[in-house]
Design a protein around this ligand. Structure first.
Ligand code: NAI
Length: 284
């Protein structure tokens, strides 16, 4: 299976990063978002990060220019029709994702691989919204995409070996390391990470310590490069809540119960860094 042209759906923090690494690695990229402002913001972010890479001597001005030219933005999902691979990175919500996959199933040729960057939702259920579950797969990048080496590649129940191999090779062509996991809520990454973040939020909720203290303990005591609450702000508190809900529902165990303080922050619109406010404030 040859991958030349990739559509990335969702130009938020993950989608824009995915589009960037695909373009830098030589793929033709179509970036689509339902929200035009988000699309423009995504493209601007890519240009800014690439300009920074030029300043740091990581890439040449010519490479930057060529990469930017390889990314086209589009306001229509129908343009997926001539793509070999679609990587979906919209909000972590099953209804939104299944609707998109069912649309993509109609729009794209039967050989097109449909991948999702979901952090936790069952690949098998997303695949069931299509008539090609063998060509649906999880391709879970880490944040920030241009920096982090891992791509968790998740097989749904029906994902074919050929599709798995193609996606593994594609991830490697992006200079990432692909790790294969099976389809269980939260996969490996967020099944291990998110309960820790949730527990850190509980310690704030129960008055055990202030956010700064919680983060200091985990940084200096456990050698984590970033404290769990800073990381939660960075991931997005809405995304953290969606993931905890998926774990709670998927395993039916109260150890995954989202902390009420996390729910409260999300309801308040304190979604973390992207909203300017989460456990910390990001307004200049
Ligand atoms: P985000 O909130 O930054 O971006 C989501 C984008 O999707 C927005 O620009 C929004 O306009 C767009 N969108 C929403 N509904 C749409 C639709 N129906 N059609 C087209 N575009 C639509 O979210 P983020 O953080 O980029 O997350 C996206 C996905 O990546 C989620 O599934 C999340 O779980 C996953 N993910 C997130 C990570 C993180 O650290 N934030 C890490 C790894 C995966």
């Amino acid at each position: 299976m040859n991958i030349n042209k990739i559509m990335v759906i969702g130009a938020g923090q993950m989608g824009a990063g995915i589009a960037q690494v695909c373009a830098v690695s030589g793929y033709d990229v179509l970036l689509y978002d339902a929200n035009e402002e988000a699309l423009d913001r995504g493209i601007k972010g890519i240009e800014k990060r690439l300009a920074r890479d030029v300043t740091k001597g990581k890439i040449s001005e010519d490479d930057k220019h060529a990469s930017v030219l390889r990314i086209k933005k589009t306001a229509s999902i129908d343009e997926a029709a001539d793509c070999d691979l679609v990587i979906e990175a919209v909000v972590e919500n099953m209804d939104v994702k299944t609707k998109i996959f069912s649309q993509l199933d109609q729009i794209t040729p039967e050989q097109t691989i449909l991948a999702t960057n979901t952090s936790s939702l069952p690949i098998t259920e997303i695949a069931a919204a299509t008539k090609r579950p063998d060509k649906v797969i999880g391709m879970h990048f880490m944040n920030p995409v241009p920096v982090m080496k891992l791509v968790e590649v998740i097989r749904g129940l029906a994902t074919s070996d050929e599709v798995f191999e193609t996606i593994k090779q594609t991830a490697e062509s992006l200079n990432k390391t692909a790790v294969e996991v099976n389809d269980f809520p939260g996969f490996v990454s967020n099944r291990v990470l998110m309960p820790m973040i949730n527990e850190a939020i509980y310690t704030v909720y129960e008055g055990v310590a202030e956010p700064e203290a919680v983060d200091e303990v985990m940084k200096l005591g456990m050698n984590h490069p970033m404290g769990p609450l800073t990381l939660a702000d960075f991931i997005g508190l809405d995304t953290c809540l969606y993931i905890m809900e998926t774990l709670h529902e998927g395993f039916g165990d109260d150890k995954y119960r989202p902390c009420p303080l996390l729910r409260k922050y999300v309801k308040a619109g304190w979604l973390g860094k992207k909203a300017g406010r989460g456990f910390y404030s990001y307004t200049e």
